[in-house]
Design a protein around this ligand. Structure first.
Ligand SMILES: [Ca+2]
Length: 236
């Protein structure tokens, strides 16, 4: 076995260990997939927020959907709610959140999350879907738009999840931001109507995650590779 091969293998081991540390220590968002906690303590109710802790509604009443139907809006549909997201399976686990926006309202939900490192860049990603089949006339609809989702950190917008390109289909969306200096941090998602048609829009969100910007980890890898090459030159 030659010496340079050994060196490379060690470097790669260090990179993976650091990468794992960076990812495992970055669970700033809790319950990002809405899988834990009771969504509706007194049973599904369209006039009550279905946001399981530590999420809470900041505008109107976002709705929890549950593939199993044990809590939240069973996917068999509730007649009064016109079968919104009928047949939709969660992108991750068995629950997702639905929320809508029209000309006079924008539903929103929020949580106080774990600490961030000020000045570092983070990426928030999620699965986004839209039910644009024109249902729920009595509840802010008909929802025919493909809306977007405003992402706020400490009450300040850091970008939007762009509208879906297909109906009832989970698509991955992300925005990145530089963490401000603050004593605590919150993340909030606000439903926005269709940016083109302004039609009321009803979206689903699931699998919300926050991780350090991959670029910084690539830089780390480049740094370690440079270090390894330097060592190799010295030893070789
Ligand atoms: Ca989920």
């Amino acid at each position: 076995m030659n010496h340079s091969h050994n060196c490379r293998a060690t470097t790669s081991g260090i990179s993976l260990a650091l990468l794992a540390m960076a990812v495992s220590s970055s669970a700033q968002i809790s319950n990002g997939s809405f899988e834990s906690g009771v969504a509706y303590p007194n049973g599904p109710n369209i006039f009550v927020s279905g946001t399981p802790s530590p999420w809470y509604a900041t505008s109107f009443t976002p709705d929890c959907y549950d593939n199993t139907g044990v809590d939240g809006w069973g996917l068999a549909g509730i007649p009064a709610y016109d079968n919104m997201f009928k047949g939709m399976v969660a992108a991750d686990g068995h629950r997702f959140l639905g929320f809508g926006a029209g000309s006079t309202f924008s539903e929103a939900f929020k949580q106080v999350m774990g600490p961030l490192t000020a000045g570092n860049t983070y990426v928030i990603s999620a699965s986004l879907a839209v039910d644009d089949l024109g249902k729920a006339l009595a509840y802010g609809g008909p929802y025919k738009g493909r809306g977007q989702v405003d992402v706020l950190i400490n009450g300040v917008s850091v970008g939007q999840f762009a509208p879906n390109t297909a109906s009832l289909t989970w698509e991955t969306r992300s925005v990145s931001f530089v963490a401000p200096t603050a004593s605590s941090y919150s993340v909030e998602f606000v439903a926005l109507s269709d940016p083109l048609t302004h039609a009321p829009s009803y979206m689903g969100l699931d699998g919300i995650k926050m991780v350090p910007e991959p670029v910084s980890m690539i830089s780390l890898g480049v740094g370690l590779t440079a270090l390894a090459m330097k060592r190799r030159r010295v030893r070789g």
